[in-house]
Design a protein around this ligand. Structure first.
Ligand code: C5P
Length: 232
């Protein structure tokens, strides 16, 4: 039988949404379900890959057969991704990472009170896991053990000045990864649904690939693009 397209390959895939705690009972989160990342892990295994799956918060369990690690906050996810990426052929960053976290964590539940003013939450930036890995890889040079193929995701909304794809192309250049999967988000689009519609952009200026349908269909298209890019 013909060899599977990702036979012998190791893929690190992050999925789900991070949560940034405010106090022991509250957090800032996002509506990522993890379903696209789960579909990617299944498609990668079906193509013959070993999958290191780094799960943030998801609304369903990680698929059977992956090497699983878990993380809650962006900084925990960064540590887990950095570890999983070492020695992997590909990193797919499908996790929805909080760009900001509360500047302070309050040890006891923040209380309502009539004497005090309503609380104000100050946010600070989280590390950009993907961009930092790209920079680390460049610093390692030829002896490095970080993936040669890094895939980012961009959930974009278009506006009067720029289309979704224009924002995607700018993000691809800024982040320095090899592939960027761009999708359009809005109230009822993508997050937490079973359908997805994406455009895959390539840093090497190959023609963009459009894929739409179920998250399994979209995962198959992304994994096919990854296998194609690995073949060179
Ligand atoms: O800049 P933006 O958040 O739109 O970038 C999205 C891509 O970057 C995703 O692949 C996401 O997993 C990754 N990301 C990251 N670290 C962050 C924010 C996003 O790796 N702090």
């Amino acid at each position: 039988p013909a060899e599977l397209p990702l036979a012998g390959r190791i893929l690190a895939i992050s999925a789900g949404g991070t949560r940034e705690p405010l106090d022991p009972v509250r957090y800032l989160g996002n509506r990522s379900s993890g379903r696209q990342g789960i579909a990617l892990a299944k498609a990668a295994m079906a193509a013959g890959a070993r999958v290191r799956f780094i799960a943030a918060h998801m609304d369903q369990p990680a698929p059977e057969g992956v090497e699983l690690s878990t993380a809650s906050t962006a900084r925990q996810l960064q540590a887990a991704v950095n570890e999983a990426a070492r020695g992997a052929d590909v990193l797919i960053m499908s996790a929805a990472v909080a760009d900001f976290r509360p500047a302070e964590y309050v040890d006891s539940k923040i209380k309502k009170s009539d004497e005090h003013a309503d609380p104000v939450i100050t946010l600070v930036r989280n590390p950009d896991i993907l961009a930092l890995l790209v920079a680390d890889r460049a610093a390692q040079g030829l002896v490095g053990d970080l993936p040669g193929l890094i895939v980012g995701f961009a959930a974009e909304t278009g506006d009067a000045e720029n289309s979704v794809l224009e924002y995607g192309a700018a993000k691809l250049a800024r982040k320095g990864c090899e592939l960027l999967v761009v999708n359009e988000v809005g109230e009822n689009l993508t997050f937490g649904t079973d359908e997805n519609s994406v455009t895959i952009l390539f840093a090497n200026a190959a023609e963009p690939v459009h894929a739409a349908g179920s998250k399994d269909d979209v995962a198959a298209a992304i994994i096919a693009a990854v296998a194609g890019a690995l073949r060179g």
